[in-house]
Design a protein around this ligand. Structure first.
Ligand code: NAP
Ligand code: GDD
Length: 386
């Protein structure tokens, strides 16, 4: 008999990778998607199965973490062996604008799932994974952060996730549920949401290299993050639910990098050497030189002339700081120690930061080139604004 998994947030970055991973392992995968006025299933269209196909193993349900009855009905119908609760309003900056909704979906949403499992008598059957986060550490009390480091969240998102973390622990201790927290540090990929900083950088650098854009704007360039690849991190989620005993695990690479360095590395990947001048809100990023061989290979010889001319004309500023991207309270430094996950789960990441950047830059260059081809062919392309 195939195992049955239910993934909330299946249309998100992690949900899409996890669904694909579990399908390959022979699972029947159910996913919860939200109703939206436009199609919102781009990330899972390649594994979509038409409802008219018999014996489907990938089934989508409309639902929302703010709707208890909906969640309870879906869990009753699906009778999952494993529930991965990945759905969340996951943008830290946006959580300052929508604090109540964030608390409802990210905090209480987790309670709704735990309580549905309890009320439906599925405690023995359904194992639960809760998508906890390094944002719990916020104003970090210890470096690096482990499962024992005290939490100090710094945003409505972090505070909502703190509730979700503890209610998961509480249901485990109170009712003996197999409910575990993965405390995942930042993880990215070519399908990362476009307004998270890594993807914002790889998209903008690609567009600048192709002559589609002159400059872009970021907030705090000095924040430090421990970035891994989402493909490695969804494997950790799976491993956590295969353990006999529920527990909480830090998932991280153990290396931290500033936003500024992330910009430098993304540029270097395609042969652009960049520098920075000024401080704080006045800081600017400049293209200093181009390595023609690397640029030609990664981007294309036909695009180098335009960029060279730009540097000659001293119009080499490509990045500025816009305080609108600052957060009311910032998380300055995250770096995780995943020793427990390595020792108990046998989790070893395959990607390092350079491998992640190579993957993201190659994908975004290709994506942006598609727009150029469409425009050259007389077609309209869409613009997305943050
Ligand atoms: P993501 O790309 O933003 O995906 C979030 C998913 O949740 C999307 O499918 C979204 O649907 C769905 N969603 C949002 N609000 C919902 C609601 N009220 N009801 C039902 N579904 C809802 O996030 P991700 O990067 O894949 O992250 C997955 C989870 O891990 C999140 O809980 C996030 O907070 C947590 N996490 C992420 C990281 C990271 O670095 N990526 C690190 C630690 C923890 P739409 O597609 O319709 O928007
Ligand atoms: N988004 C964004 N946009 N961030 C910027 C920008 C910008 O223009 N400029 C600087 N930053 C800085 C932020 O201030 C933050 O310090 C850092 O870049 C990372 O921001 P995000 O990529 O938005 O990620 P995050 O760390 O706030 O949150 C992500 O990781 C958490 C795990 O630590 C999200 O995926 C959360 O859902 C996740 O829990």
């Amino acid at each position: 008999m195939s195992k049955v998994a239910l993934i909330t947030g299946v249309t998100g970055q992690d949900g899409a990778y996890l669904a694909e991973y579990l399908l390959k392992k022979g699972y029947i995968v159910h996913g919860i998607k939200r109703r939206a006025s436009l199609f919102n299933t781009d990330r899972i269209d390649h594994i979509y199965q038409d409802p008219h196909v018999e014996n489907r193993n990938f089934i989508l349900h409309y639902g929302d973490l703010t709707d208890s009855m909906n969640l309870t009905r879906i869990i009753q119908e699906v009778q999952p062996d494993e529930i991965y609760n990945l759905a969340a309003m996951s943008h830290v900056k946006v959580s300052f604008d929508t604090p109540e909704y964030t608390g409802n979906s990210d905090g209480l949403g987790t309670l709704r799932i735990l309580e549905a499992v309890r009320l439906l008598g599925l405690i023995e059957k359904s194992k639960i994974y809760q998508a906890s986060t390094s944002e719990l550490y916020g104003l970090a009390q210890e470096v690096p952060q482990t499962e024992k480091t005290p939490f100090y969240p710094r945003s409505p998102y972090g505070v909502a996730k703190l509730y979700a973390y503890w209610i998961t622990v509480n249901y485990r201790e109170a009712y003996g549920m197999h409910a575990s927290n993965g405390i995942l540090f930042n993880h990215e990929s070519p399908i990362r949401g476009e307004t998270f900083v890594t993807r914002k950088i790889t998209r903008a650098v690609s567009r600048i290299a192709l002559g589609m854009q002159d400059r872009f704007y970021l907030g705090n360039l000095s924040a430090q993050r421990d970035w891994g690849h989402a493909k490695d991190y969804i494997r950790a989620m799976y491993l956590i639910l295969q353990q006999d005993e529920p527990d909480d695990y830090v998932i991280a690479t153990g290396i931290t990098t500033t936003i500024r360095e992330m910009v430098e590395k993304s540029c270097r990947e395609i042969g652009l050497h960049v520098g920075f001048k000024g401080k704080g809100e006045e800081e600017k990023g400049m293209i200093i030189d181009i390595d023609g061989n690397i640029f030609g290979k990664q981007v294309g010889d036909e695009f180098i002339g335009l960029l060279k001319k730009r540097i000659e004309k001293d119009k080499n500023i490509f990045l500025e700081v816009d305080p609108k991207y600052f957060r009311p309270t910032e998380v300055d430094l995250l770096i995780g120690d995943a020793t427990k996950a390595r020792e108990k789960l046998g989790w070893i990441p395959e990607y390092d930061l350079d491998g992640l950047i190579t993957d993201m830059m190659a994908s975004d260059i290709l994506l942006m080139k598609k727009d150029i081809y469409l425009r050259n062919g007389g077609h309209k392309t869409l613009n997305y604004f943050e």
